[in-house]
Design a protein around this ligand. Structure first.
Ligand SMILES: *[C@@H]1O[C@H](CO)[C@@H](O)[C@H](O)[C@H]1NC(C)=O
Ligand SMILES: *[C@@H]1O[C@H](CO)[C@@H](O)[C@H](O)[C@H]1NC(C)=O
Ligand SMILES: *[C@@H]1O[C@H](CO)[C@@H](O)[C@H](O)[C@H]1NC(C)=O
Ligand SMILES: *[C@@H]1O[C@H](CO)[C@@H](O)[C@H](O)[C@H]1NC(C)=O
Length: 512
């Protein structure tokens, strides 16, 4: 008879063998930025758990609102529940109402309650009641049962603007203290543009707007994005810029040999081999290489989490690219490794094009929700495709044809269907600029448009104006939505002055 001890040992050996033999399946991760949108959304909102000790929860209310599904077709009778938050801790009778518009990500009570942000400081100064509504199809605001294309037709900026208008009317009715309140819309990035457009479309409801870093001009082939990335890195030093462009060009030449491609796989810790005959995955590889550089530049120095001092151009890019004896490839590896470490993102980089497309085809409100919604809006309204087609920036990034706008447009077709092709994307973008007026024909007043000039998105913002009612505030040396976050000791004199300008102009309008 075999003793149970022997059996146990045998069993242990078998289990151990299986563990050793099992293929080492590493977690696959995807680049952090998709169409200029980092995971979590374009205005950075910290987890509430990390800031909750500073919030006065006695006055913060989170609620839902019965919203109309289709504001443009009265035969569609459906409604949905839209999430919103509000806080009257600073409200003084007769004061205004501030409405933060959600954009391409989840909202929370953060922007209505966290003290020291631009909106909450202004609320305190003006005795304002502060509201925030979540954008349809983002966060936990689910207008339809799923995100199939037939339902995504209800996802547009025009519907979101009507949501805001409907919401303002309802709150004015619900709270007698707001019966004569002046409403001011706020937003950052896409929702910064929405803030301005809501004022333009509903001057009878919205008195003024502060739209931070709003890309008010839609554009299919957004070549300027990478031009600004190049220029912003160059503002550190020519040494840093030379090393970064040397790196991108080295990647381009390594792609040409089998040995080079092996080196790249190790450097960028890719899950798959680079296949030269798979053109789409090659482009996905380039997106993966550019992504950390894009994100660091887009948020460099923002007083928002790691971007304040760790993920800055100087600390996360140039620190590795200047003053180092390492090869250009090792420097890029350092930038990548540091970026992933700070983001606590571990695993191999998935460059498989088809895996991205099938991820994006998920019609449930699942892991792809925000990306599927945001990419839909780029395909049907804005374009905003960050291509390498610029004659100045393309060669700097290793080749003008590395990432053409067509690569992104083809994804519209693959993800949403044949109807979303080149022609349709062009037409949609033209329509958007016509509907809102674009940068040059914004037909409104009492709008403030802050933009930081190292932010790649500022290239689609309105930076000059001949209309005294439209006030661009261009901020020297700051990144995306920098004015919206709390003041910090690291702030430049330019940022501090810009916040003061915004406060003064708004104060003038509210007390005119
Ligand atoms: C309005 O909605 C109805 C009901 O869903 C639909 O039959 C009709 O085609 C829609 N009209 C337009 C102009 O989209
Ligand atoms: C450029 O980056 C280096 C390395 O981090 C840093 O020491 C230097 O201060 C930066 N210079 C500017 C002008 O930002
Ligand atoms: C403002 O006016 C100047 C001079 O008339 C003109 O050249 C410029 O294009 C105008 N700018 C805008 C944004 O309308
Ligand atoms: C922008 O800031 C930089 C760095 O502080 C400074 O050298 C430059 O003169 C500023 N430009 C303007 C237009 O103020």
């Amino acid at each position: 008879m075999v003793s149970s001890k022997v059996l146990l040992v045998l069993l242990a050996v078998v289990v151990l063998q299986q563990v050793i033999a099992a293929p080492h399946a590493e977690k696959r991760v995807r680049r952090n930025m998709i169409r200029g949108r980092p995971r979590g959304g374009m205005k950075i909102t910290p987890p509430l758990s990390s800031v909750s000790h500073l919030i006065n929860f006695d006055t913060v209310v989170s609620s839902t609102f019965t919203q109309t599904l289709d504001h443009f077709n009265s035969s569609v009778q459906q409604n949905f529940q839209q999430r919103y938050w509000h806080n009257n801790q600073w409200f003084k009778k007769g004061g205004p109402a501030f409405l933060m518009l959600g954009g391409e990500g989840p909202e929370s009570s953060y922007w209505v309650s966290y003290p020291g942000l631009e909106i909450t400081n202004l609320a305190q100064q003006q005795g304002a009641w502060v509201f925030d509504i979540e954008h349809r199809f983002y966060g936990a605001t689910y207008p339809t049962s799923d995100m199939s294309v037939k339902n995504l037709k209800y996802l547009s900026s025009a519907q979101a603007i009507e949501d805001a208008a409907t919401f303002i009317k309802a709150m004015t009715k619900k709270y007698p203290d707001l019966a004569n309140a002046k409403w001011v819309t706020f937003g950052g990035s896409y929702s910064g543009a929405l803030a301005a457009w809501t004022r333009a479309k509903h001057p009878e409801l919205v008195y003024a707007a502060v739209g931070s870093s709003g890309p008010v001009q839609a554009e299919v082939d957004f070549v300027e994005y990478l031009e600004v990335v190049k220029n912003s890195i160059s503002r550190n030093s020519t040494e840093c810029a030379n090393s970064v462009t040397e790196g991108f060009n080295l990647v381009a030449s390594l792609l040409k040999t089998a040995d080079g491609r092996k080196q790249l796989k190790t450097t960028f810790h890719l899950c798959q081999d680079i296949q030269l005959n798979d053109d789409k995955s090659l482009k996905t590889f380039w997106e993966t290489v550019y992504s950390p550089y894009m994100e660091i530049v887009q948020y460099s120095g923002d007083a928002a989490g790691a971007f304040a001092s760790q993920l800055t151009i100087s600390h996360a890019i140039c620190r590795y690219h200047v003053n180092s004896q390492r090869s250009a490839l090792q420097k890029m590896k350092q930038v990548n490794d540091y970026f992933n470490l700070v983001n606590e993102q571990f695993g191999c980089n998935d460059i498989d094009y088809n895996s991205f497309i099938s991820f994006m085809k998920d019609e449930t409100y699942g892991e792809a929700q925000s990306d599927r919604a945001w990419v839909w809006q780029t395909c049907t309204e804005f374009g905003y495709y960050q291509s390498t087609a610029s004659q100045t920036a393309g060669p700097w990034f290793g080749g003008v044809s590395n990432l053409p706008a067509q690569y992104y447009i083809d994804q519209c077709t693959e993800i949403y269907g044949a109807e979303y092709n080149s022609q349709e994307v062009q037409t949609a973008v033209q329509y958007t600029n016509q509907y809102y007026g674009g940068r040059d024909k914004l037909n409104t007043d009492r709008i403030l448009l802050p933009n930081g000039d190292i932010d790649p998105w500022h290239a689609l913002g309105k930076l000059t104006s001949n209309n005294s009612g439209i006030v661009p505030v261009v901020i020297n040396g700051t990144a995306h939505c920098a004015d919206m976050y709390g003041a910090s000791s690291e702030d430049s004199v330019y940022l501090t002055a810009a916040r003061q300008t915004i406060a003064n102009v708004l104060n003038g309008w509210l007390h005119a």
